[in-house]
Ligand binder design. Structure first.
Ligand code: SAM
Length: 276
């Protein structure tokens, strides 16, 4: 029996300068982590390649992809809000931006139009029952033979590591629990199951890469996590005035400075829409 759809979480990050800097920082961190913008298994050398960036944010991925592809390629960014979009004067003419809820059907002009569809960091926006619906909608954009590339952290695999084997730290324990399940209604199981979900929706899985955070980028990822907590538009509960969170963030900074760290793997899944 199909499970009941849950209330989808709202986007709970702010959209100011710090939020945009965080998205850009994460982009370059992910590029350093993976070593690519478009996965090397995806043939991206067609001069008239059509690429879609879903949840385009500050468009940083789309802008960099546009800078690397010939001007004859076309890149479309979709986001529910254009507040963080790059101004027209900083965009190439082959980058087209749209306001679109990616959980809702796309306009017919985009259906079956794209060679590459790209998604990243949807974890805060998706619960198990929504993942297949979102995936179907993403796949609707692909032409036959087109590729979907989806990169996510694997929060259920996160663990805290301490300088001594028997060590522990309350603030780190709280962070790990929060990353495993931030709220009662939140489920992250869908992320580890992305390869199966791709198959269920008829995609041929070309790659399902589990990526470990290398030691030299650990500290940078800690900064991203801390800024993400500072960047939330509201706390976990209506009565949360942010004080508890500020104390927690300073405890985490101390724990990181004392050598504890978060082991946080990622997954990049690439699927190909079958041609027939
Ligand atoms: C999905 S993340 C990705 C950010 C960026 N592309 C990256 O890779 O780091 C955040 C973006 O998703 C957008 N977003 C949230 N809900 C959305 C929805 N239902 N449809 C489309 N975009 C959405 C937010 O407005 C925000 O710009």
């Amino acid at each position: 029996m199909a499970s009941e759809p849950t209330q989808r979480p709202d986007y709970f990050f702010k959209r100011g300068v710090q939020s945009s800097v965080r998205l850009n920082y994460n982009h370059w961190l992910m590029k350093e982590l993976t070593g690519y913008l478009i996965h090397p298994a995806i043939p991206a050398n067609k001069p008239d390649l059509w690429v879609a960036d879903l949840g385009s944010g500050t468009n940083i991925w789309a802008l960099e992809v546009a800078a690397h592809l010939p001007e004859t390629a076309r890149i479309d960014g979709f986001d529910i809000s254009g507040d963080q979009y790059a101004p027209a004067t900083s965009r190439p003419s082959n980058l087209h931006l749209h306001i679109q809820d990616c959980f809702k059907p796309f306009s017919s002009e985009f259906v079956g139009a794209f060679d590459v569809v790209y998604a990243r960091f949807w974890l805060c926006l998706v619960n198990n029952p929504d993942a297949s619906d979102l995936l179907k909608n993403m796949i609707s954009l692909l032409n036959p033979g087109g590729y979907l590339q989806w990169l996510e952290p694997l929060p259920l695999s996160v663990r805290g590591v301490h300088p001594s084997a028997e060590g522990s730290n309350t603030a780190i324990d709280r962070l790990v629990s929060h990353l495993h399940k931030p709220t009662e209604n939140k489920t992250y199981d869908w992320i580890g199951k992305l390869p199966e979900l791709f198959c269920e929706q008829g995609l041929e899985v070309i790659a399902a890469d589990r990526i470990l955070f290398p030691k030299h980028l650990r500290h940078a990822w800690h900064h991203s996590l801390l800024v993400a907590f500072e960047d939330r538009a509201q706390g976990d509960t209506p009565s949360d005035n942010g004080e508890d969170q500020k104390i927690w963030i300073s405890q985490l900074m101390e724990a990181f400075a004392n050598g504890s760290y978060i082991d946080s793997p990622f997954i990049c899944v690439v699927g190909r829409k079958k041609s027939c």
